[in-house]
Every structure is written in structure tokens, then in C-alpha cells.
Design a protein around this ligand. Sequence first.
Ligand code: B1M
Length: 212
Amino acid sequence: MDKLSEIKELMQQGRAKNVVTLVQEALDEGIEANVILNDALLAEMAIIGDKFKREEIFVPEVLVAARAMNKGVEVLKPYLQDSSNISKGTAVLGTVKGDLHDIGKNLVRIMMEGKGIDVIDLGTDISAETFIDEAKKNHADIICCSALLTTTMPEMKRVVDLVKAENLDVKVMIGGAPVNQEFCDEIGADYYTDDAASAADVAASILEGRAC
Ligand code: B1M
């Protein structure tokens, strides 16, 4: 079995310590961090998601796999850094109220930090009011909202509405599996991005624009 397949197998078994070891070995062998992330960790999480949907596995199995994935991502973190020298700014990031999914959000944080952006990670289950309060407190340039449940997407509209009501000079970026450009347009958010790397690219260009 090749290294990436081994990582996938161990992740599915929820063996976090072994995933950490194998991810480090893969890096030592010269496999690129992006390849390990996309072709092993994210690819396996997609398979786990399908199995979860078909009720072949249940919450505990998903949780241990998610934990193993997060541990693997932590090892990759320093290798996902980008040395480009952009103007720094601040993003407030969180998963919206009622939603506890944090794997995608954590990836967004890692990718944004890799671009030199200061990220205030509020965690999960974050209300629109908290996003606004924290954005004001931290003089944030961007509010970044993640949602994985269709039932929690409306909280993103509440964030946009509060930003408008308070006339705040802050951009709102949204993302997460059920979110798309159409929803972004519908609620009047500023940006939708499909994945964590694009979220970081767009955030970096917003900040470059604001620095002018
Ligand atoms: Co949940 N879950 N889950 N879950 N879970 C989904 C989302 C679901 C699609 C599974 C399914 O039925 N097929 C389904 C939602 C259905 C729907 O609303 N349409 C679902 C459900 C129903 C539930 C529960 C209600 C199950 C239950 O209890 N009966 C429950 C809800 C709990 C709650 O939040 N209140 C629940 C619980 C859980 C676990 C706790 C077991 C676990 C979460 C662990 C954790 O996050 N720490 C879990 C998981 C892991 C999943 C799946 C399997 C995987 C999600 C994931 O982490 N993917 C998921 C099925 C699936 O998505 N295929 C599922 C990997 C991650 C990297 O992808 O987060 O999409 P993602 O992030 C992507 C992009 O979306 C983007 O970047 C990332 C890629 O680079 N992105 C952004 C994310 N945020 C962004 C923000 C941006 C930009 C891009 O800008 C700000």
C-alpha cells in the first residue's frame, strides 16, 4: 500500500497518532503538503461523508476520523504557509449558530494564516451578534462565516443584515458545503468561495485592495 492509501486507511480507523506519524513520513519522503491534504485527508473525509450519508457509519466513527484528520492537518500546517509578502489585515472567523462542524473552518484559518492574515477564530455555534461584536472589537476587515447545515445558513443572512444595519466597513465572506454563489447573492454577502485555499486567496486580495 502506498503512503497516501495508508494514511486514508488509518484515518478511517480513527488512529490519530498513526496518522500523525504517517503524514510526517510522507512529508519526509518529499510528498507535497497539498497532495497529502487533498489526496489523502480530504479525499478520505469525502468517502467518510458518503458512508455517513448512507448510514453505513455513525457519529462516533465520523468523530474519530475527523479528529485523526485534524491531527494530520496540524502536522501539515507549517508546510501550507505561503511566503508572499502581502499587507496584513484581520479576519474574524467562525461556524454559525447551531452548527458544530469545524473541520472546513479550521482549514480556512490555516490557509488564511499562511497568507499572513491575522485570524480571530471564534469557534463554532457563533451567533450573528457575536460575529459583529468581535469584528468591531478587533477592527476586522473581513467576517468569515462557515456553515455545513442547510438549517444554519440563515444565520449568515443575519450577519449580513447586522453589518448593513450598523453600516460597518467590513466585508462578509461565506462558505461551507451547502453554500453557493446563488445564496451569497440572495443574502447580499460580499464573497462566496468554494474551498479554503480560495477563501485565503480572496481574503488576501480584499486586504491588498484595502491597503491601497
Ligand atoms: Co455532520 N452533517 N452532522 N457531522 N457531517 C454533514 C454536513 C451532512 C452533509 C452529512 C450527510 O447527511 N450527508 C449533514 C448535513 C445535511 C444538511 O444540512 N444538508 C450532516 C448532519 C445532518 C449532521 C447532524 C445533524 C447529524 C446528527 O446528529 N444526526 C449533526 C449536526 C451537529 C451540529 O452541527 N449541530 C452532525 C454532526 C457531525 C459530527 C459531529 C459527527 C462531525 C463534525 C465533526 C467536526 O466538524 N469537528 C460531522 C461531519 C464530519 C460531517 C461530514 C461527514 C464531513 C464534514 C467535513 O468536515 N468535511 C459531512 C458530510 C459531507 O460534507 N460530505 C456532514 C470536510 C471539510 C474539509 O469540508 O467543511 O465542507 P467542509 O469545508 C470545505 C468547504 O466547504 C470550504 O472549505 C473546505 C475545503 O477546503 N469551506 C469554506 C468551509 N467553510 C468555509 C468558509 C469559507 C470558505 C470556504 O469562507 C468563510
